[in-house]
Every structure is written in C-alpha cells, then in structure tokens.
Write a protein that binds this ligand. Structure first.
Ligand code: DQA
Length: 143
C-alpha cells in the first residue's frame, strides 16, 4: 500500500503561522508524525507540500497508477479550488481530507469545502493528531 500526503499553501509555515489556531509545532514536526504513523502501519508514503494550486493538481494527476490513497490538507484551496476537486475526481484515488483546525467553527467562508464533495472522510479540529486519524482511516478503507 502506498499513500500520498498533500499539504497546501502556508502549511510550510506551521509554528510561525497563527500559533493560537495551528499550534507551536513546525512543519518538520508534522512530517515526523506522518512518518511515524505510516511506519507503524507499514505503509509506504510520500509527503508533498506546495503553495501553488497548479502544482497540487499536477501532483494529483501524477499519482494515478502510483498511489492507492491520498490524504490532503488543501489549506486555503479547500474553499476555492474546483481544479483540485476535479483532479481528485479524475484520478478516482480514495481521498481523506484533513484540517488542523475546525473549519466549521471559524469564518463563514471556511465552512464550505469543495474537497468534501469527493473525500471519503473529513477529519478536522484535532490538531496534528488529525493526520494520524486520517491516515489510519485511509489504511482501514484500503486494506
Ligand atoms: C486549514 C484550514 C483552512 O481554512 C486554512 O486556509 C488553512 C489550514 C487547517 O488545516 O485547519 O490554511 O486547512
């Protein structure tokens, strides 16, 4: 089993970025948690982060035939990107959506997620731990 973890814009600035919302731990700590979770499950994985919508679309297209599942935190593109939604639908790779914060209890514009229209599950509001929950859910779904 091989899974792709995609992180969208500004997640590379974790630790610096709005710590009252996203916490004090940096992006490397998040990647370490993802690495540990995948290692425990015996799952091959790759982590990809980009601040660019087109690069994320390219990565999803390129995942076709290479990855069995995707965990994605599209960050701000969650609320705007039909292109990322369409790419996920095009490749039909089972996808779990994850958000560090609870997007339903913040600004009104964060309540709508295009990605939820195709995700098999959405995990939110659990901090970094949400990635563990998302990966475990995807693993159970795929195995
Ligand atoms: C986020 C929530 C989004 O609304 C925001 O734009 C992000 C991060 C989260 O993980 O909580 O960049 O996806």
């Amino acid at each position: 089993m091989k899974i792709l973890i995609i992180n969208g814009p500004n997640l590379n600035l974790l630790g610096l970025r709005e710590p009252e919302i996203y916490g004090n731990q940096n992006y490397a700590s998040l990647c370490a948690l993802i690495d540990d979770t995948c290692k425990e499950l015996g799952v091959d994985h790759e982590i990809f982060q980009s601040n660019h919508e087109g690069a994320i679309v390219d990565k999803i297209q390129d995942a076709y035939g290479k990855f069995d599942g995707i965990v994605i935190n599209p960050a701000a593109y969650t609320h705007t990107s039909v292109a990322i939604l369409d790419a996920l639908k095009a490749v039909s790779i089972p996808t779990v959506e994850v958000h560090i914060s609870d997007i339903n209890s913040r600004d009104e514009f964060r309540k709508h997620s295009y990605i939820s229209l195709t995700a098999i599950k959405t995990v939110m509001g659990l901090g970094f731990e949400g990635y563990k929950v998302a990966i475990e859910h995807l693993y159970d779904f795929l195995k």
